[in-house]
Design a protein around this ligand. Structure first.
Ligand SMILES: [Zn+2]
Length: 240
């Protein structure tokens, strides 16, 4: 907490427990300095954490005057709890920014450490679900993402998503291991595999036919892709 946040917290607890009020300016300054020191590594708020709420709960349940440790101790317990829930798996699909050949080298350790620091300080929510990391489903997700090609760090891909909606949508479907219409050709408009469905338009002036890409696949193509997807998944489950 910054000195400003600590001062706000003290003002709050004094309001809840008037016994904590200090008339003496010097004593108030001393207390502020002490609390600042003891709460310097405790955030005001973090994921699932609120220092003011912790102080309020303490005052509501205890007859004793609140001490800085009554805020810092619960924070360290909270932090330990959050860290134990964080699975911290570093699968290549989850961390494509790491060179696969260096996964157990410096970049891996640095990324692991940065993530744990971010979670411990409350800047990042813990990963409590395990990503699809094993079995045929994971292999399939990896295969499809690799097929889409051209590796890009997730943050960059996210920033670019709005400029390449079709690509972003295909990556999303691949990550979710959901059917992707573009993996099959369209029997309605004859769009080839990988190409978007086409809408036909005729220029009324010169009667020329033009095709424009459609943002949505034709329903029959979605059906075909879903059938192919299910068939592939079934095959893989049979192999597993
Ligand atoms: Zn089509």
């Amino acid at each position: 907490m910054t000195p400003r946040e600590v001062a706000a917290l003290i003002a709050y607890v004094v309001k809840l427990d008037p016994r904590l009020a200090l008339d003496d300016q010097a004593a108030a300054g001393e207390r502020l300095a002490q609390w600042c020191d003891l709460l310097s590594d405790v955030p005001a708020t973090a994921h699932g954490w609120d220092a003011a709420r912790t102080a309020r709960d303490y005052i509501a349940r205890n007859p004793y005057r609140i001490q800085p440790s009554d805020v810092s101790r619960p924070w360290h317990t909270h932090k330990a709890d959050v860290m134990s829930r964080h699975v911290g798996t570093f699968e290549p699909t989850a961390h494509p920014e790491i060179d696969p050949d260096d996964r157990f080298g410096n970049a891996y350790v640095a990324a692991l450490r940065a993530e744990r620091v971010a979670i411990a300080s409350g800047q990042q929510a813990p990963t409590t679900h395990r990503a699809i990391t094993a079995g045929p489903a994971a292999a399939e997700v990896t295969r499809r993402l690799a097929e889409l090609g051209e590796y890009m760090p997730p943050t960059v891909a996210q920033a670019l998503a709005q400029f390449r909606p079709q690509r972003a949508e295909r990556e999303r479907l691949a990550r979710d291991n959901a059917p992707d219409p573009l993996t099959v050709a369209c029997t309605w408009c004859d769009a080839a595999e990988g190409e978007p469905c086409r809408g036909k338009s005729v220029n009324p002036r010169n009667q020329q036919t033009r095709y424009r890409p459609l943002s949505k696949a034709h329903p029959c193509r979605v059906e075909d892709a879903t059938a192919a997807h299910l068939a592939r998944n079934n095959r893989q489950e049979a192999h597993a």
